[in-house]
Design a protein around this ligand. Structure first.
Ligand code: ASP
Ligand code: MG
Length: 420
């Protein structure tokens, strides 16, 4: 059995949904789990509905929701024939659920409403895609993922209860019976034991797919994307970006740590634990092999480049000119933990420290205030952080060319510079 995840870009138009069917025709007789995201930018549009609703602007929320409804209705109209009426009925039920809520006054937390509203994007898209595939001869059964993935009530970043999720999955007859070759469900969404919808964090569908792969001992997980695979740099920033055909799980975790937006970071662990390979493949040209990520160590990787914008450098100097030792360092880490902020780079000297962080203004202010108890604090904003893993002399020369470098840090595998 294989798990396929189709992201928002792969189902954002009539042609692209038809393309999903074409891809699946190449996997006849396979048992498949399909995890489908919300179409295109639907999640962003739904976030605006939540904002309007929560700020008390019910009419605006309803108007914004109306255009989301319209685009899904159009999609269904263009794609469906024999299943149109049944699907229309399902879609209207989802719409009614949301509209009913949007007439209310918010009495619970923002995050709670966010999850109740935003999850509908995946419900709508998976419903339409499932109906279309059935019409196209790719028989599948639609499963509401909220009946499977159980989470806590940490809305917008819910934690999965693996035990209950596993038992839900094992007792789901559609999911385990040999009769149903394909079951199609949603990513990103779960539910609490009180049947409230939850979400797993933006871009969380990759993670959902990994959960299914893990619990069903899948042969592999394929994430279908609009790129040819994992590149060694962002092609929008680096013209010479190239495809990496093989990567290890550890390398992908390292890349994510340095800020590469390859795959949702939570995706790796469930796969690594069961040694299930992850394939990142192009839905535009499925004949291309893509990138295979597995537990095998990969040698001779090209330089992998990651640039993070909007960085802040905090210069800290011990107030009494004492050495920066374990006492000051542990205080500083305690502050990071309390504020829940993760430094991207730390460099220590005898009496001073420099810390590079993402510019999340509110947190940076809190950090500066807390650190001022032990250090003299100076803040510099508007910087960038450039990391190269597996650097070469050539890559490093290119990295620093024409830049006003503020700080450099180098280990055997990785070089990082902060620049203005
Ligand atoms: N639709 C959600 C998002 O856009 C989840 C996902 O696509 O992974 O973040
Ligand atoms: Mg996505």
């Amino acid at each position: 059995m294989k798990v396929f995840k189709f992201g928002g870009a792969s189902v954002n138009s009539v042609e692209r949904i038809k393309n999903v069917a074409t891809i699946l025709k190449g996997y006849k007789d396979e048992k498949l789990v399909l995890v489908i995201s919300a179409m295109g930018k639907t999640t962003n549009a739904l976030e605006k509905v939540v904002d309007a609703f929560y700020s008390g602007n019910n009419q605006m929320a309803l108007d914004l929701f109306h255009s989301i409804k319209q685009s899904h209705l159009n999609m269904a109209k263009f794609l469906l024939v024999t299943t149109y009426n049944k699907t229309l009925n399902d879609l209207v039920n989802f719409f009614t659920e949301i509209e009913w809520l949007l007439h209310d006054k918010p009495v619970k937390s923002y995050d709670y409403y966010y999850d109740q509203i935003v999850c509908i994007g995946e419900m709508l898209s998976s419903n339409i895609v499932s109906a279309y595939l059935n019409e196209a001869g790719i028989g599948n059964t639609w499963v509401d993922v909220r009946d499977i993935i159980r989470t806590d009530d940490n809305f917008r970043d819910a934690n999965v209860n693996w035990e209950v999720t596993n038992s839900n999955l094992q007792t789901c007859s559609i999911c385990t019976s040999g009769e149903c070759k394909i079951f199609l469900t949603q990513g990103f969404v779960g539910s609490t034991d009180e049947n409230e919808s939850t979400t797993l964090g933006r871009e969380g569908s990759d993670y959902t797919a990994a959960i299914f792969a893990n619990l069903l001992d899948a042969e592999n997980l394929t994430i279908w994307k609009d790129v040819t695979g994992v590149m060694n740099a962002d092609p929008k920033e680096f013209e010479d970006a190239t495809l990496i055909d093989k990567l290890s799980f550890t390398e992908v975790i390292e890349m994510a740590y340095y800020g590469a937006q390859v795959i949702h970071p939570k995706t790796i662990k469930p796969l690594q634990n069961k040694k299930i390979p992850l394939v990142v493949k192009s839905f535009i040209d499925p004949t291309l092999p893509g990138t295979e990520i597995s537990s095998k160590h990969v040698k001779d990787l090209p330089p992998i480049k990651v640039v993070k914008q909007s960085q802040v450098l905090i210069h800290l100097r011990s107030q009494d000119f004492s050495f920066v030792g374990e006492r000051l360092i542990s205080r500083l880490y305690k502050i990071f933990e309390d504020i829940r902020i993760r430094p991207n780079l730390i460099q220590t000297g005898a009496i001073s420290l420099q810390v590079c962080l993402d510019d999340r203004t509110e947190k940076i202010d809190q950090l500066a205030i807390a650190a001022a108890e032990y250090f003299d604090v100076q803040i510099e904003k508007g910087l960038s952080l450039f990391t190269i893993r597996h650097y070469t002399d050539e890559a490093m020369t290119e990295m620093i060319e024409g830049k006003d470098i503020v700080l450099t840090q180098k280990t055997k595998e990785t070089v990082q510079v902060v620049y203005r």
